[in-house]
Design a protein around this ligand. Structure first.
Ligand code: ME8
Length: 662
């Protein structure tokens, strides 16, 4: 009997298009699905969109649209994005679909029948950004939500409460009995101490909102969006109770079900979701197998999210460098479970080093040697020496380690283990020196060496497939192998040294990852790192160089540096420049008789009023720059980041206007 594996992503709010954060979780799910499928499991991946609730009702109104028209329009880009990142979900659920609504109402009725709900009044705070209830204690001064930095709303309305407090002790016992239910361990500890702090009953319906699933029997109420959304994990599997449907097949105990989430929504999944299921009558062995919370990505050290508007477009990176390269970078550079930083320069460095110089070069080198020494055909393996044995040992250790790491949801470690083979094979070519053996006329040795290398490449092509499916296909084409194709019940993860028979054709066709030289890197960064498009040259206030630039500027002497007159300025006035959507006209006090006029490319990141009174750093001795029509800039402000999410370099609060930086 093959095992079954069910992996899910959060269903994403459709208030903005997919971004790097949502792509990260979805890529991770696809990689795990592919890995388990490769090992012969019957696997299933689910993703989708979360389309009800106060946030989307408000967004639709902002756009002058009905909620349903708005979510129809906004869900489509999610469905379209994932294949472009080589993600192949088995299902895509939308919470506005009838198949979902029916199952949610059914779950509600089961909870109600079991006495899990009661009617009452809710009076406290709510953050629309989080779609979450907040206590006064959790808010910042001014009733700001600490996550979204926006004001929470005071609610006072009739509501159904879910008896969450009843589940405090059972949940703690469940966590203890099932230590892997929440991972990683640090997150598990956080959840446990939160539950130990006491669970209050949860408001699970709203009357001040209409955009939601109606409560059965009381349609004045719509369900709380998280009761609705969490149920997607079972509604996508079909209605409960039927025989042999997907719910029975892919839900525990017949399947291993893993919910991947970001750390921001762990509590909803690790506390509310099992409590809802238990209250509806699900047994403990019918709860999801694991909730795995990964960390959050920042971009160049800055927080990134849809609502904070400084996302990086994953599709653009995929177009420029290939989706597999983005997948590799995200999973290799970020320790899954921890927070990590996305860095364009590091992405390109890894492309050139790990992919181009290491793996790509190995493939070209081995195929090149085969073209010369075995007439472009697979060689026949002969007697193995210690040299081969050592590479074979690395291959089997790598396969073992990588498989264990994928299963522990540590793809960064899996990739590290896989690349051990590439490193070892590159060293092996040099040590085994087939060219020297050829010169000495030892044909058997030449063939054995090349056959061993081709087998190492085959192992690599299989093990990289979950992360880089397209590149694996390309590599296998060159090796004369058919594409990896998982089959239920057939474990294809490499486990043995099984070189192919001799005489089969190879098909080298150029570098797998063509190296990017300095100019190509520069051009690519220009495309990938959002700039201020109308940025005039250096003597304006646009950021000089994005912090992400891979290349260092040419060295300058101390004397050169002292030529730059950097001053503290205080912004006195700021206004938009008509017909130039990126430019602001500022007057800045530099401690001179009159404030100076500076034209700055800041309009996509700042409302003019937000700048007035701010202390900024100014390059004060740049030659004036004329933008035409009397618009002359007399200096430049220092800033960093993409054009729509710039951060200004700031000066200490007590620094006087005109103070020089040295
Ligand atoms: O929370 N780094 O939807 P959402 C890494 N609809 N991952 C990130 C990220 C970042 N900077 N930003 C977002 C919701 N994510 C609910 C979910 S599920 C029943 C309902 C990813 O659109 C991460 O997976 O706000 C996070 O948990 C999710 O997007 C939040 O997506």
């Amino acid at each position: 009997m093959p095992s079954r594996y069910y992996v899910t992503t959060p269903i994403y709010y459709v208030n903005a298009p997919p971004h790097l954060g949502t792509a990260y979780t979805t890529i991770l799910a696809d990689v795990l699905r592919r890995f388990r499928a490769l090992c012969g499991d019957e696997s299933r991946m689910l993703t989708g969109t979360d389309e009800h609730g106060a946030k989307l009702e408000a967004k639709a109104a902002e756009h002058g649209m009905t909620p349903i028209d708005f979510v129809n329009k906004m869900s489509a880009p999610f469905r379209a994005a994932w294949p472009q990142l080589n993600i192949e979900p088995d299902d895509f659920i939308r919470t506005t679909e009838p198949r979902h609504i029916k199952v949610v109402q059914d779950l509600w009725q089961k909870v109600e029948k079991n006495g899990g709900l009661y009617l009452g009044h809710y009076e406290d705070w709510y953050c629309i950004g989080c779609e979450s209830f907040k206590t006064e204690k959790e808010l910042l001064p001014g009733n700001l939500c600490p996550v979204h930095q926006t004001a929470a709303t005071k609610l006072k309305e009739e509501t159904y409460f879910f008896r969450l407090s009843d589940w405090e002790k059972p949940l703690l016992k469940f966590y203890e009995k099932n230590p892997n239910f929440i991972a990683p361990e640090s997150r598990r500890n956080e959840v446990i101490s939160f539950v130990e702090g006491g669970l209050k009953d949860l408001s699970v319906s709203r009357t001040s909102l209409t955009w939601g699933i109606p409560v059965p029997g009381n349609p004045r109420h719509v369900m709380y969006v998280w009761f609705d959304a969490l149920t997607n994990y079972i509604s996508a599997l079909g209605p409960d109770g039927a025989n042999a449907n997907d719910l029975r097949r892919f839900w525990p105990p017949s399947s291993r079900a893993v919910h991947l989430v970001g750390k921001d929504i762990l509590r909803f999944h690790a506390i509310y979701w099992p409590a809802f299921l238990l209250a509806a009558g699900y047994r403990e062995d019918e709860l999801p197998s694991q909730i795995f919370a990964h960390g959050f990505l920042t971009v160049d050290g800055e927080k990134m999210s849809k609502s904070l508007r400084n996302g990086v477009d994953p599709l653009r990176i995929a177009t420029e460098l290939g989706a597999d390269v983005l997948r590799y970078y995200l999973l290799r550079a970020i320790s899954c479970g921890q927070d990590g930083d996305f860095d364009h320069a590091a992405l390109i460095e890894r492309y050139n080093a790990d992919l181009g110089k290491n793996l790509g070069n190995l493939l070209s080198r081995v195929l090149g040697l085969c073209t010369k020494m075995t007439a472009g055909k697979t060689p026949e393996v002969g007697t193995l020496t210690e040299l081969e044995q050592s590479l074979i040992d690395t291959m089997s250790a790598s396969a073992r380690k990588a498989a264990a790491a994928f299963d522990e949801i540590a793809p960064h470690r899996a990739l590290e283990a896989i690349w051990d083979v590439s490193f070892a094979a590159n060293q092996y070519v040099d040590r085994a020196a087939p060219w020297a053996e050829a010169k000495a006329g030892r044909v058997d040795r030449v063939e054995t060496i090349l056959a061993t290398l081709l087998e190492a490449l085959r192992h690599l092509s299989v093990m990289m497939w979950p992360v880089m499916p397209k590149k694996s296909d390309e590599m296998r084409l060159q090796l004369g192998l058919s594409a990896v194709s998982p089959r239920i019940g057939d474990d294809q993860w490499p486990s043995a040294f099984e070189p192919r028979a001799g005489g089969e054709p190879l098909a080298p066709s150029g570098p797998l990852f063509p190296t990017l030289d300095k100019d190509a890197v520069h051009a690519l960064l220009e495309k990938l790192v959002p700039q201020v498009p109308e940025a005039p040259a250096a003597n304006t206030s646009d950021p000089v160089q994005p912090a992400q630039s891979a290349e260092k500027a040419a060295e300058i002497t101390y004397d050169d540096f002292t030529k730059i007159d950097l001053r503290v300025g205080i912004v006195k006035t700021a206004e938009k420049v008509p017909k130039k959507d990126k430019l602001l006209r500022l007057t800045v006090d530099l401690g001179e008789a009159e404030p100076r006029q500076i034209i700055a490319g800041l309009a996509l990141s700042f409302a003019p009023d937000a700048l007035v009174g701010q202390r900024v750093l100014v390059v004060s001795n740049l030659a004036p720059r004329d933008f035409g029509k009397g618009l002359v800039s007399h200096g430049m402000l220092l800033a960093t980041g993409p054009s729509d999410a710039l951060s200004l370099a700031s000066a200490p609060d007590n620094a006087p206007a005109g103070a020089r930086l040295k």
